[in-house]
Structure formats: C-alpha cells, structure tokens
Design a binder for this molecule. Structure first.
Ligand code: DC
Length: 240
C-alpha cells in the first residue's frame, strides 16, 4: 500500500493487552510513526518519583507536579535495532520506566488532570501530519476522536498478567504472578474510574479480544482493518 492517504490509527485498551506489540508491528509494516503514550505517562511518573512528589503511600502531590510540567521534555529515540526508547530531559529512561516501581505509581499520576492535558497536547502535535499509530487509553476518545481507524483491545486480566510476567522475566526482572495480577487489576480500576478521560471504548472503535490469537494472526487481522480504513478514507475524500 504505497501512496495511500495517510490516516491516524488509535489503539486503545487495558494494561498489557498487547497494544504496543500490535501497534509497533503495524507501524513498521506500513511505514508510519509509532507513539507509545503509556511511555509518556511513565516518564512523567519517573520525573515525579525522582522529584519526591509521590508519598510512600502512593499519593501524588498534584499541585507541585502540575507546576513543574513545563520542566518535562519527552521524546523518542530510534535505536539501531529498530526499537524506540523513551527520552526524559535528554536521558534514556526506557529500562527504568518499565520497572515495577514506575508501574505501581503510574495510574495515580495519569489521573492528574493537568498531566493529562499537557500530554494530550503533545500527543496531538505528534499526529499533526497524520501517518501515525498511537497506542494508549484515550486515543480514540480524547486525543484523536477523528482517527480513521480505532481499535479497542481487551483480554482477561489473568491472561494479561501472565504476558506481563513473561515480559518482565525476559528483561531480567524477578516478579511474581500474584504481584503482577494485582498491579494489572488495580491499574484497570484506576484507569476506568478516573474523572479525566477514563479508559473506555469509543463508540466507533472495533473491539478485539486477542487472548486466543497468535501474534501473526493479530497482525494479519490488523492489516485487514487498516486496508479497509484507508479505502473508507479515500472513498469519502472522492465523494467530497
Ligand atoms: O500502556 P502502559 O501500561 O504503558 O500505560 C501506563 C499507564 O499510563 C497506565 O496505567 C494508564 C496510563 N495511560 C493513560 O492513562 N492514558 C494513555 N493514553 C496511556 C497510558
């Protein structure tokens, strides 16, 4: 599919539902830019932790964090192996933001209204030229309500926790299934019940439970949805 109309692809869903694996593979295949918005919330969380803005009981000092948002610069660097690393104020924080400490603190940070407003503006700027695959929780509802293709991924919490444990063990982080399952469930709850853009499926999103799909099956399914979305966008342009 060369020379097609460039569209925006929003992939939302629960923690560890495989959004980023799917989004990255699609972006690589179709030559689009990939933006991991969860990494942006994780980078802000790391900044807040380092700045002492999160109390030991997990409470975020929202006012102090809001006033320090202008100090936070987030970008992505493409590595020689094709992977993308998150850069926080010039420092590669990719490994640190994936650890359990950041995972345990990220949901309350992502519930701070000023943090969301700030990151949504940054995310919209990434999509100005279209030709982007963005994954997160509120991409199809808030960041790009006009995205031409919206996918909402879901799978049971137990299946997502198992995947997360495998991922973390592969990275050399010793974690137990019960701890990860509790983290996944607690993030689901906070993400769905927060006041500011809670996690929910956009009315026009295509739902997918990928728990019994292999990665190649999932990728093939998504390529079909992509081709359909481009066709729809091109025919609606032709009509107007
Ligand atoms: O996708 P992830 O697990 O890396 O996301 C980390 C956290 O950030 C997750 O708890 C929810 C939050 N998040 C969000 O609120 N909105 C987004 N667009 C992306 C992530």
């Amino acid at each position: 599919m060369t020379d097609h109309k460039k569209i925006i692809i929003a992939i939302d869903g629960f923690s560890s539902s495989g959004k980023s694996t799917m989004a990255k593979a699609l972006a690589r295949r179709i030559g689009y830019r990939y933006v991991d918005t969860g990494a942006m919330y994780r980078a802000v969380t790391l900044f807040a932790m380092r700045a002492g803005l999160i109390a030991p009981d997990g409470t975020v000092n929202a006012d102090a964090l809001s006033s320090r948002l202008p100090e936070i610069e987030i970008s992505f660097a493409l590595m020689p192996d094709g992977s993308q690393h998150t850069i926080l104020n010039g420092e590669d924080v990719e490994a640190e933001i994936r650890g359990m400490e950041v995972s345990n603190n990220v949901s309350p940070v992502a519930a701070v209204a000023a943090v969301r407003r700030d990151l949504v503006v940054k995310q919209q700027a990434f999509g100005k030229e279209r030709g982007i695959v963005m994954d997160g929780r509120d991409i199809g509802t808030t960041v790009f309500p006009d995205a031409e293709l919206k996918i909402f991924l879901d799978a049971p919490a137990e299946c997502r926790a198992e995947r997360r444990v495998k991922e973390l063990l592969a990275k050399g982080q010793q974690v137990g299934y019960e701890e990860v399952l509790a983290n996944v469930k607690s993030r689901d709850h906070i993400d769905q019940t927060r006041e500011e853009s809670p996690l929910r499926r956009a009315a026009d999103a295509i739902g997918l439970d990928n728990s019994s799909m292999t990665i190649p099956q999932q990728d093939a399914w998504l390529m079909e949805r992509f081709a359909e979305a481009v066709n729809r966008a091109e025919s609606s342009d032709a009509e107007n």
